[in-house]
Design a binder for this molecule. Sequence first.
Ligand code: SF4
Ligand code: SF4
Length: 79
Amino acid sequence: MAKLSNTPKNRASCFCANCPSFNDCAKGKKELLYCAEEVGKSACEIPMNGCMCGACPIHEQFKLKSGYYCIHGSAAQVD
Ligand code: SF4
Ligand code: SF4
């Protein structure tokens, strides 16, 4: 399995920007792709208003197991 890197292609596939939990703080910091090891948890206080990770193509492609990576940290840390 290829490493889940913070590439423009992977960022373009990430659903976070359309997620109900993704807030103005995260948007302002241009955060995305929290599941990637180089990214990990958000610098913002993110509310648990739902998570779209399970529907995202990256989740399937890299066989990820959970979600809320913005709160808990990267897939390498929490899955
Ligand atoms: S990791 Fe999940 S909860 Fe966090 S912004 Fe992305 S889709 Fe939403
Ligand atoms: S699994 Fe979640 S954090 Fe990772 S790319 Fe998909 S929506 Fe973004």
